[in-house]
Design a protein around this ligand. Structure first.
Ligand code: SF4
Ligand code: SF4
Length: 133
């Protein structure tokens, strides 16, 4: 009985589309409800550190002196606590898969100084860098 079922499944799969994808050449579209990963609109960030204190996984580090906000995506469990706690609403969950990485890395976002930005506008996206931890 079991052999017939197995044989039927094997035979049927010969005519079906493969269930797997040639990742990363082919990418699966994100399902509805995917939490994704954290994005920081650094132009709004005031480096208060509340997100880092709220994070249960110690994934966020805020360096006021260096004006950097960083996240270790390998630590983040996508709980969303930092997004809810941020008083400036600059954190959000991007409902997309995290880009492929070949080494463990932290995402470091340089937060522009509002005083310096008043004379020379700085784009937050331009200062975002990947550093290996
Ligand atoms: S992201 Fe929000 S909570 Fe975190 S340091 Fe910036 S302003 Fe504060
Ligand atoms: S989503 Fe949760 S685990 Fe990830 S950085 Fe925010 S508070 Fe930390």
């Amino acid at each position: 009985m079991g052999s017939f079922k197995l044989g039927g499944m094997t035979f049927g799969s010969l005519f079906k589309k493969p269930e797997t994808l040639l990742y990363p050449a082919e990418q699966k579209s994100a399902p509805v409800g995917l939490k994704g990963h954290i994005e920081n609109d650094a132009s709004l960030c005031i480096l208060c550190g509340i997100c880092a204190k709220t994070c249960p996984a110690d994934a966020i580090v805020v360096e006021k002196k260096d004006r950097t906000w960083s996240i270790d995506p390998f630590r983040c469990v996508q709980c969303g606590s930092c997004v809810r706690a941020c008083p400036k609403a600059c954190l959000s969950m991007d409902p997309a898969y995290t880009p492929v990485a070949t080494a463990q890395s932290c995402r470091v976002v340089e937060v522009p100084d509002p005083k310096a930005a008043a004379t020379t506008p700085v784009s937050a996206a331009e200062t975002e860098t990947l550093t290996e931890s």
